[in-house]
Design a binder for this molecule. Structure first.
Ligand SMILES: [Zn+2]
Length: 150
């Protein structure tokens, strides 16, 4: 139960995606370039013997990881900010709907445009979603190997 500004208690809507704490946590993680999952992905790639560069500014979307030798861009996407299709974590917040809709749909459109540009340059694009990584961390190395061999 929450207290609203008038001191009355109200039940938090079950459709509210994030609690205030969770949202600010998500925001701080997304602001920093080195999100935890990104670091895990990098370290797995490194263990697998891949060499890569981070956040190449000269490439569309500044891929989180770029493997020059095999011309592959890897994005580690937060489900909320990058609007993972069909994902629970990607649901729009109930407040400031207009702001969030514009912002998040804009993010998604920009992502898709960047992926298209990269593909047009002959770059292989791998998108890793936060929720899927969190669910299957132990399967990550094998998944990466499979995805790279294209
Ligand atoms: Zn997701």
């Amino acid at each position: 139960m929450l207290r609203n500004q008038y001191g009355k208690t109200q039940k938090r809507s079950s459709t509210d995606v994030f609690t205030r704490e969770k949202r600010s946590d998500v925001m701080s993680r997304i602001r920093g370039k080195d999100t935890k999952l990104e670091v895990i992905v990098r370290s797995e790639l490194h263990k697998l013997g891949y060499r890569f560069r981070l956040h190449r500014k000269d490439l569309p979307g500044n891929p989180d990881v770029y493997l020059k030798k095999i011309q592959t861009a890897v994005f580690v996407n937060g489900c909320f900010w990058h609007q993972h299709p069909g994902c629970r974590q990607a649901r729009l917040p109930k407040s400031n709907v207009e702001f969030w809709t514009t912002k998040l749909i804009g993010n998604r459109k920009r992502d898709l445009k960047n992926y298209r540009k990269l593909k047009a340059m002959g770059t292989h694009v791998i998108i890793l979603w936060e929720c899927e990584l969190e669910r299957n961390l132990e399967a990550l190395p094998r998944y990466l190997v499979t995805k790279m061999k294209v």
